[in-house]
Write a protein that binds this ligand. Structure first.
Ligand code: ADP
Ligand code: MG
Length: 341
């Protein structure tokens, strides 16, 4: 028997993908392997569908995660996979597993967050499933969406010399988690203690507890008339996501460490925790920003955009996926193993 650790999350997904039967439905355009599956919808648009599940004790800790935020986040992280295909969400279904310790009011809170996200992303909750759970809360969301056929962005269509861009800033959600975990440990040691989460750190906490999907960037890219050659959302950390694009597109990449956008509070907090801010951005995960590539001639159109940063370029050599300093030193980019899958 083989332990799951031996092949890791991505090895397991590859195995499932390789074992899947060939599509029998003519409407199945793209199956396992991208942020969302793609299916025929109408003459001009593709349909999109994605699923993401959150488990208590693995993905969240209810000692510091408010249920309302959790409901919002469960929707947002799914919408993020639709945004990664350059699409917009339309409907969700929500499955929940509840242990006996949850009250009706707790479920109301969770659904208040889900409703807030439906409003924020302009989508409808159209179904789901409710079961009991032996231990803790499980929340699994599936999202439907659509994208004009000529605007869809896959992971495997990037090209050498493309400019690599990211939206927003990276590493903040991970540092928010570190702050919350530290607070929890201090509280457990001294339950009379008052929470000490200063206002300046509110941004990091918010990035962890209530992330937003970058559907705004999908609109902006359309407004800028920029069609990325490839796109993925950053759920597992920049390094892991960039390696997905490179592996699937058959390219290499050079990323400049000094170009990686990191918030000031994130810089400070990383230093306080003795973590390199770059490491937090590369491997932290849960930022739910978009990572995309564009042809070099398109760069002019977005080079002055305040929330899009060029961080490097793709190369023709698939063996070269590196983080570079301006001085010219290069270190290989590595994806983290099983994290919070
Ligand atoms: P993301 O981080 O974008 O949500 P994942 O790494 O979770 O993507 O999944 C990568 C691909 O594998 C997606 O196409 C997803 O639908 C598919 N996938 C993940 N788990 C399973 C599974 N248990 N069975 C079938 N497909 C899966
Ligand atoms: Mg994704």
């Amino acid at each position: 028997m083989t332990t799951l650790d031996t092949i890791g999350e991505f090895g397991l997904i590859n195995r499932i993908q390789n074992g899947a039967a060939p599509a029998v439905q003519p409407g199945t355009v793209r199956g396992i392997g991208d942020d969302a599956a793609v299916f025929a919808l109408n003459d001009t648009e593709f349909g999109l569908i994605a699923t993401d599940m959150l488990l208590e004790g693995i993905h969240f800790d209810l000692t510091y995660v408010p249920l309302k935020h959790l409901g919002y986040k469960a929707v947002a992280i799914n919408v993020s996979d639709i945004a990664a295909m350059n699409g917009l969400p339309t409907q969700i279904t929500v499955g929940i597993g509840l242990s006996s310790r949850f009250t009706v009011e707790a479920v109301d809170e969770l659904y208040a967050g889900i409703r807030a996200a439906c409003e924020a992303y302009n989508l409808d909750l159209v179904g789901g499933d409710t079961t009991s759970s032996r231990s803790g809360l499980v929340i699994s969301v599936s999202v439907l969406g659509s994208v004009p056929k000529d605007k869809i962005t896959y992971r495997n269509t990037a090209q050498a010399n493309d400019v690599v861009c990211v939206t927003g800033d990276l590493g903040s959600a991970y540092l928010g988690l570190q702050l919350l975990e530290r607070e929890k440990q201090e509280y457990l040691a001294n339950p009379d203690m008052q929470p000490n989460l200063s206002e300046e750190r509110a941004y990091l906490i918010q990035r962890q507890l209530r992330p937003d999907a970058r559907t705004d960037m999908v609109h902006e890219l359309r407004d800028l008339d920029v069609l990325p050659t490839a796109m993925i959302d950053i759920s597992d950390g920049l390094a892991s996501e960039l390696l997905h694009i490179c592996r699937q597109s058959g390219t290499g990449a050079v990323i400049f460490d000094e170009n990686i956008p990191i918030d000031d509070q994130a810089q400070l907090t990383a230093t306080e925790f003795g973590i390199s801010p770059i490491t937090a951005a590369l491997n932290g995960g849960e930022d739910y920003e978009l990572l995309f590539t564009i042809r070099p001639q398109e760069f002019e159109k977005l080079k002055n955009h305040p929330r899009i940063t060029a961080i490097g370029y793709l190369t023709a050599d698939p063996a070269q996926t590196v983080l570079a300093t301006r001085a010219g030193q290069q270190t290989p980019l590595k994806a983290q193993g099983w994290g919070q899958m």
